[in-house]
Design a protein around this ligand. Sequence first.
Ligand code: GDP
Length: 321
Amino acid sequence: MTRAPITRRALITGVTGQDGSYLAELLLARGYEVHGVTRDADEVVTDGVVAHELDLATDSAIAQLISDVEPNEIYNLAALSSVYQSWQNPALTARLNGAVVAEMLAAVKLIHDRGNTDIRFVQASSAEIFGAPNESPQNEETTVRPTSPYGAAKAYAHGLVGAYRTAGVAASSVILYNHESPRRPETFVTRKITAAAARISAGKQETLELGNMEAQRDWGWAPDYADALMRAAKHSKPDDFVIATGVSHSVRDFVAAAFERAGVDDWQDRVSVSETLLRTGDAALQLGDASKARKVLGWSPTVKFDEIVAAMVDHDLALLS
Ligand code: GDP
């Protein structure tokens, strides 16, 4: 007798975002039944995802949803994602990036304690938990010492994941360094730059204002980071994992590469620094050491800095034509 294949079920919060959409595609391609939390009916959800409308900012129904769906794997990607905006909305940041994680883990533990001990929880943590890091590169042992409301809330969630793991829940915290793609919104510096470079090359924009151009970030390719989240969920031993490329570039490097790709030579005359875009507590340099993920999860980045810049600029040029 042939048996129907057992379908694994995943629940993704933040399913309409950059990472959520890539992860949903990966899981659907592997035959998963994918459920996703969306804020409202207007959001575009990947085809095939079962959408559940729920505003995590005001609603505590996520625990009930977890209990109803009882997924094999839960990926928490919902967050107030902008470090800059976290200074404008620290309490909302605490709720979305912190308290919601407590609600989710409590719900997972209830299911675990009922006897389903294989339910997996994966938290999308962030390099921002290290604030202005006291060592370079950073790894899973680096001191957690955030310097923004965003980082502080993510640090709380990171600590919670560790606490629930100690209590027996299969929870992993994946410390993601910046990861980019054409699906990044322009609130992030990379997409702001590539969209501007494309518009300037097409004569639709004159200049670009940025904040700190000397900040150095470890930029990776977002689909690689979705793959890391899935690997963390699948691994038999939950843990903390840094996911990064191990190479950093300055915002200035990104600007130079993007304008070169867009065919604009005189970018030095077009780009200026605005004091209003400088940030409090902005790390000068982030650089991640993903050796543990390489060894334990078999993960490695597949797309290099120049290729990321090229893919994003080419996408933005194509949007204009
Ligand atoms: P984040 O690291 O998750 O906050 O990602 P961002 O892309 O928003 O910021 C990356 C770095 O770019 C930070 O060091 C910012 O201070 C710096 N940056 C410089 N100019 C800008 C800007 O105009 N917008 C944004 N979002 N970041 C900027």
